[in-house]
Write a protein that binds this ligand. Structure first.
Ligand SMILES: [Fe+2]
Length: 184
């Protein structure tokens, strides 16, 4: 892939893609399309959150003085997001409260993105050079194909515990994705 693997660019690109899906959601009244967009958002954010927890926050803890505090806060925000994603995952736009959940998600994600791209990205940009950011980006990209693709609010957030718990979950998620995609 010719694209940059700079970790911060890669995560920011994920953020822009989800924001774009939010914009598409807000622009449609078609319930089938709304469901489709929401389930894409669920998938994309589940994967994004997993790779951050697995590879990004641990690095943050290593290199920033306040890395532990920043990572803990981000993981707490992830939990709120995962809970909302989990609700949306089992709903369709025909269900009562779907729009409300989606609006809640947008607010949570916009807040999280702002925090992440602010203090957190700024700190890492100062602490790591371009080569280190590239290496981290490559690790994030590699993790993408291995992590669970659905929200699991009760699952462990530390890399060690994930290594043990995630693989079977990731496999089942991909089977569920295949079934859902076949139905769409
Ligand atoms: Fe993020």
């Amino acid at each position: 892939m010719a694209e940059t693997m700079n970790a911060l660019d890669l995560l920011a690109r994920d953020h822009r893609e989800v924001e774009d899906l939010f914009t598409q959601y807000e622009a449609t009244t078609d319930t089938e399309r709304k469901t489709e967009i929401a389930h894409q958002v669920v998938h994309d954010l589940a994967v994004h959150g997993e790779i951050e927890e697995l590879r990004f926050y641990p690095r943050l803890r290593e290199v920033l003085d306040n890395g532990d505090a920043l990572a803990d806060e981000a993981i707490e925000e992830h939990l709120a997001i995962k809970n909302t994603l989990n609700d949306l995952d089992s709903m369709t736009a025909e269900d009562d409260g779907f729009d409300d959940r989606m609006r809640e998600l947008m607010a949570e994600v916009r807040h999280h993105v702002q925090e992440e791209e602010g203090e957190l990205f700024t700190g890492l940009r100062q602490a790591l050079d371009e080569e280190e950011l590239q290496t981290l980006g490559e690790k994030l990209e590699r993790a993408r194909s291995m992590v669970p693709t659905r929200p699991h609010p009760g699952a462990p957030t530390s890399p060690g515990a994930k290594a043990a718990a995630s693989p079977p979950v990731a496999l089942i998620d991909r089977i569920r994705d295949a079934i859902r995609n076949a139905g769409d």
